[in-house]
Write a protein that binds this ligand. Structure first.
Ligand code: NAP
Length: 312
Protein backbone atom coordinates (compact mmCIF):
# COMPACT_ATOMS: atom_id res chain seq x y z
CA UNK A 1 0.00 0.00 0.00
CA UNK A 2 1.37 3.46 -0.81
CA UNK A 3 2.01 5.98 1.96
CA UNK A 4 -1.17 7.94 1.33
CA UNK A 5 -3.42 4.94 1.85
CA UNK A 6 -3.04 4.68 5.62
CA UNK A 7 -4.05 8.28 6.12
CA UNK A 8 -6.68 7.95 3.43
CA UNK A 9 -8.64 5.42 5.47
CA UNK A 10 -9.84 8.02 7.92
CA UNK A 11 -10.31 10.74 5.29
CA UNK A 12 -12.46 8.44 3.16
CA UNK A 13 -14.63 7.34 6.08
CA UNK A 14 -17.96 6.24 4.74
CA UNK A 15 -17.22 7.59 1.25
CA UNK A 16 -20.05 6.76 -1.15
CA UNK A 17 -18.58 5.90 -4.57
CA UNK A 18 -20.54 5.37 -7.79
CA UNK A 19 -18.35 3.11 -9.93
CA UNK A 20 -19.24 3.30 -13.62
CA UNK A 21 -18.09 0.45 -15.88
CA UNK A 22 -17.95 -1.67 -12.71
CA UNK A 23 -17.38 -5.00 -14.51
CA UNK A 24 -14.23 -3.85 -16.31
CA UNK A 25 -10.57 -4.57 -15.63
CA UNK A 26 -9.64 -1.33 -13.84
CA UNK A 27 -12.93 -1.12 -11.95
CA UNK A 28 -12.31 -4.55 -10.40
CA UNK A 29 -9.01 -3.33 -9.02
CA UNK A 30 -10.49 -0.03 -7.83
CA UNK A 31 -12.83 -2.06 -5.61
CA UNK A 32 -10.03 -4.32 -4.43
CA UNK A 33 -7.62 -1.48 -3.52
CA UNK A 34 -10.16 0.89 -1.98
CA UNK A 35 -9.89 1.91 1.67
CA UNK A 36 -12.03 -0.47 3.72
CA UNK A 37 -14.88 1.86 4.54
CA UNK A 38 -15.67 2.99 0.99
CA UNK A 39 -19.19 2.06 -0.04
CA UNK A 40 -19.46 1.16 -3.70
CA UNK A 41 -22.52 1.46 -5.91
CA UNK A 42 -21.87 -0.48 -9.10
CA UNK A 43 -23.07 0.49 -12.57
CA UNK A 44 -22.45 -1.26 -15.88
CA UNK A 45 -24.21 -2.63 -18.95
CA UNK A 46 -26.78 -4.04 -19.43
CA UNK A 47 -28.67 -2.50 -16.46
CA UNK A 48 -26.99 0.88 -16.70
CA UNK A 49 -26.12 2.47 -20.03
CA UNK A 50 -23.86 5.48 -19.90
CA UNK A 51 -25.29 6.57 -23.24
CA UNK A 52 -28.74 7.04 -21.70
CA UNK A 53 -28.56 10.62 -20.42
CA UNK A 54 -31.76 10.59 -18.36
CA UNK A 55 -30.85 7.27 -16.72
CA UNK A 56 -27.36 8.52 -15.84
CA UNK A 57 -28.53 11.82 -14.42
CA UNK A 58 -31.60 10.41 -12.61
CA UNK A 59 -29.79 7.44 -11.04
CA UNK A 60 -26.72 9.38 -9.92
CA UNK A 61 -28.65 12.41 -8.74
CA UNK A 62 -30.90 10.31 -6.54
CA UNK A 63 -27.93 8.33 -5.20
CA UNK A 64 -25.95 11.53 -4.51
CA UNK A 65 -22.54 9.86 -4.15
CA UNK A 66 -19.48 11.71 -2.87
CA UNK A 67 -17.39 10.45 -5.78
CA UNK A 68 -18.16 9.17 -9.29
CA UNK A 69 -15.35 7.04 -10.75
CA UNK A 70 -15.74 6.47 -14.48
CA UNK A 71 -14.00 3.30 -15.65
CA UNK A 72 -16.51 2.72 -18.48
CA UNK A 73 -15.24 3.15 -22.00
CA UNK A 74 -15.31 1.79 -25.52
CA UNK A 75 -11.80 0.31 -25.23
CA UNK A 76 -11.46 -1.60 -28.50
CA UNK A 77 -8.85 0.66 -30.12
CA UNK A 78 -9.05 -0.87 -33.59
CA UNK A 79 -12.81 -1.38 -33.39
CA UNK A 80 -13.26 2.35 -32.79
CA UNK A 81 -12.05 3.02 -36.34
CA UNK A 82 -15.22 1.41 -37.72
CA UNK A 83 -17.58 1.86 -34.74
CA UNK A 84 -16.74 5.52 -34.40
CA UNK A 85 -20.23 6.74 -33.45
CA UNK A 86 -20.61 4.27 -30.57
CA UNK A 87 -17.06 4.97 -29.37
CA UNK A 88 -17.71 8.73 -29.45
CA UNK A 89 -21.01 8.29 -27.61
CA UNK A 90 -19.42 6.33 -24.72
CA UNK A 91 -15.98 7.94 -24.56
CA UNK A 92 -17.00 11.49 -25.45
CA UNK A 93 -20.65 12.53 -25.19
CA UNK A 94 -21.60 10.39 -22.18
CA UNK A 95 -18.80 11.87 -20.09
CA UNK A 96 -20.82 15.10 -20.31
CA UNK A 97 -23.75 13.28 -18.63
CA UNK A 98 -21.46 12.36 -15.72
CA UNK A 99 -20.38 16.00 -15.47
CA UNK A 100 -24.04 17.00 -15.25
CA UNK A 101 -24.71 14.46 -12.50
CA UNK A 102 -21.57 15.44 -10.58
CA UNK A 103 -22.62 19.10 -10.70
CA UNK A 104 -26.16 18.24 -9.52
CA UNK A 105 -24.95 16.56 -6.34
CA UNK A 106 -21.56 18.28 -5.83
CA UNK A 107 -19.68 14.99 -6.35
CA UNK A 108 -16.03 14.65 -7.34
CA UNK A 109 -15.66 13.07 -10.79
CA UNK A 110 -12.70 10.78 -11.48
CA UNK A 111 -12.30 10.00 -15.17
CA UNK A 112 -9.68 7.78 -16.81
CA UNK A 113 -8.11 8.72 -20.13
CA UNK A 114 -5.26 7.57 -22.31
CA UNK A 115 -1.82 8.21 -23.79
CA UNK A 116 -3.45 7.77 -27.22
CA UNK A 117 -4.53 11.43 -27.09
CA UNK A 118 -0.91 12.20 -28.14
CA UNK A 119 0.65 11.74 -31.57
CA UNK A 120 3.78 10.11 -30.15
CA UNK A 121 6.24 12.43 -31.89
CA UNK A 122 7.70 13.88 -28.65
CA UNK A 123 11.29 13.04 -27.80
CA UNK A 124 10.85 13.72 -24.06
CA UNK A 125 8.10 12.52 -21.68
CA UNK A 126 4.70 14.19 -22.15
CA UNK A 127 3.55 16.71 -19.53
CA UNK A 128 -0.12 17.44 -18.90
CA UNK A 129 0.05 20.79 -20.73
CA UNK A 130 1.40 19.27 -23.97
CA UNK A 131 -0.97 19.66 -26.89
CA UNK A 132 -2.94 16.48 -27.65
CA UNK A 133 -3.01 15.36 -31.27
CA UNK A 134 -4.72 11.95 -31.42
CA UNK A 135 -3.94 9.80 -34.44
CA UNK A 136 -6.77 7.27 -33.99
CA UNK A 137 -10.54 7.36 -33.66
CA UNK A 138 -10.17 5.96 -30.12
CA UNK A 139 -7.77 8.76 -29.19
CA UNK A 140 -10.12 11.40 -30.63
CA UNK A 141 -13.10 10.03 -28.69
CA UNK A 142 -11.12 9.89 -25.43
CA UNK A 143 -9.95 13.46 -25.97
CA UNK A 144 -13.59 14.50 -26.47
CA UNK A 145 -14.36 12.97 -23.06
CA UNK A 146 -11.57 14.96 -21.42
CA UNK A 147 -12.82 18.15 -23.08
CA UNK A 148 -16.39 17.51 -21.87
CA UNK A 149 -14.99 17.83 -18.34
CA UNK A 150 -12.39 20.54 -18.85
CA UNK A 151 -14.76 22.80 -20.79
CA UNK A 152 -17.51 22.48 -18.16
CA UNK A 153 -17.90 24.44 -14.92
CA UNK A 154 -17.12 21.35 -12.85
CA UNK A 155 -14.30 22.14 -10.44
CA UNK A 156 -13.95 18.93 -8.46
CA UNK A 157 -12.58 16.48 -11.01
CA UNK A 158 -9.55 14.33 -11.71
CA UNK A 159 -8.75 13.22 -15.24
CA UNK A 160 -6.06 10.55 -15.01
CA UNK A 161 -4.36 9.64 -18.28
CA UNK A 162 -2.71 6.25 -18.21
CA UNK A 163 -1.00 3.85 -20.62
CA UNK A 164 -0.52 0.16 -21.49
CA UNK A 165 -2.85 -1.03 -18.72
CA UNK A 166 -2.90 -4.63 -17.53
CA UNK A 167 -4.30 -6.44 -14.53
CA UNK A 168 -6.56 -9.28 -13.45
CA UNK A 169 -9.85 -9.80 -15.23
CA UNK A 170 -9.07 -8.14 -18.51
CA UNK A 171 -7.97 -8.79 -22.05
CA UNK A 172 -4.58 -7.18 -21.97
CA UNK A 173 -1.09 -7.44 -23.48
CA UNK A 174 0.31 -9.59 -20.65
CA UNK A 175 -2.39 -12.22 -21.00
CA UNK A 176 -2.17 -12.11 -24.81
CA UNK A 177 1.59 -12.74 -24.71
CA UNK A 178 1.15 -15.58 -22.20
CA UNK A 179 -1.44 -17.20 -24.47
CA UNK A 180 0.70 -16.82 -27.60
CA UNK A 181 3.84 -17.97 -25.80
CA UNK A 182 2.03 -21.14 -24.76
CA UNK A 183 0.88 -21.80 -28.35
CA UNK A 184 3.83 -20.78 -30.56
CA UNK A 185 7.61 -21.27 -30.70
CA UNK A 186 8.29 -17.83 -32.19
CA UNK A 187 6.68 -14.43 -31.58
CA UNK A 188 7.11 -11.22 -33.58
CA UNK A 189 6.57 -8.11 -31.44
CA UNK A 190 6.78 -4.39 -32.31
CA UNK A 191 9.97 -2.76 -31.04
CA UNK A 192 9.63 0.82 -32.34
CA UNK A 193 6.77 1.93 -30.06
CA UNK A 194 7.84 2.96 -26.58
CA UNK A 195 5.61 3.53 -23.55
CA UNK A 196 5.08 2.63 -19.91
CA UNK A 197 3.20 -0.50 -18.85
CA UNK A 198 0.84 0.21 -15.95
CA UNK A 199 -0.49 -2.29 -13.43
CA UNK A 200 -4.13 -1.62 -12.51
CA UNK A 201 -3.28 -2.02 -8.80
CA UNK A 202 -0.90 0.98 -9.00
CA UNK A 203 -3.39 3.05 -10.96
CA UNK A 204 -6.15 2.22 -8.47
CA UNK A 205 -3.85 3.30 -5.61
CA UNK A 206 -3.10 6.51 -7.52
CA UNK A 207 -6.81 7.31 -7.78
CA UNK A 208 -7.22 6.97 -4.00
CA UNK A 209 -4.05 8.99 -3.39
CA UNK A 210 -5.45 11.82 -5.52
CA UNK A 211 -8.76 11.66 -3.64
CA UNK A 212 -6.83 11.75 -0.36
CA UNK A 213 -4.86 14.76 -1.64
CA UNK A 214 -8.11 16.57 -2.44
CA UNK A 215 -9.21 16.11 1.18
CA UNK A 216 -5.88 17.39 2.46
CA UNK A 217 -3.74 19.12 -0.21
CA UNK A 218 0.06 18.87 0.12
CA UNK A 219 1.69 22.33 0.10
CA UNK A 220 2.57 24.03 -2.25
CA UNK A 221 -0.36 22.46 -4.16
CA UNK A 222 -3.48 24.29 -2.94
CA UNK A 223 -6.13 22.62 -5.10
CA UNK A 224 -5.12 19.27 -6.53
CA UNK A 225 -8.06 18.87 -8.92
CA UNK A 226 -7.30 18.67 -12.63
CA UNK A 227 -5.51 16.58 -15.25
CA UNK A 228 -2.78 14.06 -14.32
CA UNK A 229 -0.45 11.66 -16.06
CA UNK A 230 0.01 8.33 -14.30
CA UNK A 231 1.87 5.20 -15.40
CA UNK A 232 4.44 2.95 -13.81
CA UNK A 233 7.96 4.40 -13.73
CA UNK A 234 10.34 3.60 -16.57
CA UNK A 235 9.60 2.73 -20.16
CA UNK A 236 10.10 -0.01 -22.72
CA UNK A 237 9.05 -1.11 -26.18
CA UNK A 238 6.29 -3.68 -26.68
CA UNK A 239 9.09 -6.11 -27.62
CA UNK A 240 10.92 -5.48 -24.31
CA UNK A 241 7.62 -5.78 -22.45
CA UNK A 242 6.94 -9.17 -24.12
CA UNK A 243 10.45 -10.41 -23.22
CA UNK A 244 9.90 -9.38 -19.59
CA UNK A 245 6.51 -11.14 -19.52
CA UNK A 246 8.06 -14.39 -20.77
CA UNK A 247 10.90 -14.03 -18.24
CA UNK A 248 8.36 -13.65 -15.39
CA UNK A 249 6.37 -16.61 -16.72
CA UNK A 250 9.50 -18.76 -16.78
CA UNK A 251 10.27 -17.77 -13.17
CA UNK A 252 6.76 -19.00 -12.29
CA UNK A 253 7.43 -22.24 -14.21
CA UNK A 254 4.48 -21.67 -16.55
CA UNK A 255 4.39 -24.11 -19.42
CA UNK A 256 5.51 -22.22 -22.55
CA UNK A 257 6.36 -23.24 -26.12
CA UNK A 258 8.08 -20.02 -27.11
CA UNK A 259 11.79 -20.23 -27.99
CA UNK A 260 12.44 -16.90 -29.69
CA UNK A 261 10.89 -13.41 -29.70
CA UNK A 262 11.72 -11.31 -32.78
CA UNK A 263 11.62 -7.48 -32.70
CA UNK A 264 9.70 -6.07 -35.67
CA UNK A 265 8.78 -2.61 -36.98
CA UNK A 266 5.27 -1.11 -36.73
CA UNK A 267 5.00 -1.25 -40.54
CA UNK A 268 5.50 -5.03 -40.42
CA UNK A 269 2.36 -5.47 -38.28
CA UNK A 270 -0.29 -3.18 -39.77
CA UNK A 271 -3.35 -2.49 -37.59
CA UNK A 272 -6.42 -0.34 -38.33
CA UNK A 273 -5.61 2.28 -35.64
CA UNK A 274 -2.36 4.22 -35.59
CA UNK A 275 -0.56 4.07 -32.21
CA UNK A 276 1.86 6.69 -30.80
CA UNK A 277 5.55 5.81 -31.29
CA UNK A 278 6.40 7.36 -27.92
CA UNK A 279 3.86 7.82 -25.16
CA UNK A 280 6.02 8.07 -22.05
CA UNK A 281 4.52 10.40 -19.42
CA UNK A 282 6.17 12.95 -17.17
CA UNK A 283 4.60 12.24 -13.75
CA UNK A 284 6.00 15.07 -11.65
CA UNK A 285 2.57 16.67 -11.23
CA UNK A 286 1.10 13.50 -9.70
CA UNK A 287 4.08 13.05 -7.38
CA UNK A 288 3.93 16.69 -6.23
CA UNK A 289 0.18 16.49 -5.53
CA UNK A 290 0.31 13.22 -3.59
CA UNK A 291 3.86 13.03 -2.24
CA UNK A 292 3.86 9.38 -3.29
CA UNK A 293 6.49 7.46 -5.28
CA UNK A 294 5.41 5.36 -8.25
CA UNK A 295 6.55 1.72 -8.60
CA UNK A 296 8.72 0.81 -11.60
CA UNK A 297 7.04 -1.15 -14.40
CA UNK A 298 9.33 -4.17 -13.98
CA UNK A 299 8.61 -4.47 -10.22
CA UNK A 300 4.90 -4.11 -10.85
CA UNK A 301 4.96 -6.78 -13.55
CA UNK A 302 6.58 -9.07 -10.99
CA UNK A 303 3.87 -8.14 -8.46
CA UNK A 304 1.20 -9.02 -11.01
CA UNK A 305 2.73 -12.46 -11.56
CA UNK A 306 2.96 -13.07 -7.81
CA UNK A 307 -0.72 -12.22 -7.47
CA UNK A 308 -1.53 -14.34 -10.53
CA UNK A 309 0.24 -17.29 -8.89
CA UNK A 310 -1.65 -16.77 -5.64
CA UNK A 311 -5.04 -16.34 -7.35
CA UNK A 312 -4.89 -17.80 -10.88
N1 NAP B 1 -6.74 -1.02 -21.31
C1 NAP B 1 -5.75 -0.17 -21.59
O1 NAP B 1 -4.65 -0.53 -22.05
C2 NAP B 1 -5.95 1.30 -21.31
C3 NAP B 1 -4.88 2.17 -21.56
C4 NAP B 1 -5.07 3.53 -21.29
C5 NAP B 1 -6.29 3.98 -20.79
N2 NAP B 1 -7.30 3.10 -20.59
C6 NAP B 1 -8.57 3.62 -20.05
O2 NAP B 1 -8.76 3.04 -18.77
C7 NAP B 1 -10.16 2.92 -18.50
C8 NAP B 1 -10.47 1.51 -18.01
O3 NAP B 1 -10.07 0.60 -19.01
P1 NAP B 1 -10.31 -0.97 -18.86
O4 NAP B 1 -9.28 -1.63 -19.73
O5 NAP B 1 -10.46 -1.34 -17.42
O6 NAP B 1 -11.73 -1.10 -19.60
P2 NAP B 1 -12.64 -2.40 -19.78
O7 NAP B 1 -12.07 -3.57 -19.08
O8 NAP B 1 -12.93 -2.50 -21.26
O9 NAP B 1 -13.97 -1.98 -19.01
C9 NAP B 1 -14.85 -1.03 -19.49
C10 NAP B 1 -16.22 -1.32 -18.90
O10 NAP B 1 -17.12 -0.30 -19.36
C11 NAP B 1 -18.32 -0.94 -19.75
N3 NAP B 1 -19.07 -0.13 -20.69
C12 NAP B 1 -18.86 0.03 -22.02
N4 NAP B 1 -19.82 0.80 -22.56
C13 NAP B 1 -20.68 1.13 -21.54
C14 NAP B 1 -21.88 1.87 -21.47
N5 NAP B 1 -22.41 2.43 -22.55
N6 NAP B 1 -22.50 2.00 -20.27
C15 NAP B 1 -21.97 1.43 -19.16
N7 NAP B 1 -20.83 0.69 -19.17
C16 NAP B 1 -20.21 0.54 -20.35
C17 NAP B 1 -17.84 -2.24 -20.37
O11 NAP B 1 -18.90 -3.16 -20.52
P3 NAP B 1 -18.84 -4.22 -21.75
O12 NAP B 1 -17.63 -5.06 -21.50
O13 NAP B 1 -20.14 -4.94 -21.62
O14 NAP B 1 -18.71 -3.40 -23.01
C18 NAP B 1 -16.79 -2.68 -19.36
O15 NAP B 1 -17.36 -3.35 -18.27
C19 NAP B 1 -10.87 3.32 -19.79
O16 NAP B 1 -11.26 4.67 -19.68
C20 NAP B 1 -9.80 3.22 -20.85
O17 NAP B 1 -10.03 4.10 -21.93
C21 NAP B 1 -7.16 1.77 -20.83
Amino acid sequence: MPGCMMAADSRHAGLQIALIGANGMLAGMIRERAPHDCNFHLFDLPGFDLNDRSQVVDVLSSLAPDVIINCAAFTNVDGAETEHDLAMAVNGTAVGFLVEAAQDVDATLVHVSTDYVFDGQATIPYVESDLPNPQSAYGRTKLAGEQAIINSDLEKYFIVRTSWLYGPGGNNFVETILRLAAEREELRIISDQVGSPTYTADLADAVFCLLAASASPQPPVSSPYGLYHFANEGSCSWYEFACAIVEEAQKCALSLKVQKIHPIATEDYPLPAKRPANSVFDKHKYKAATGVDIPGWRDSLNAYFLRREARP
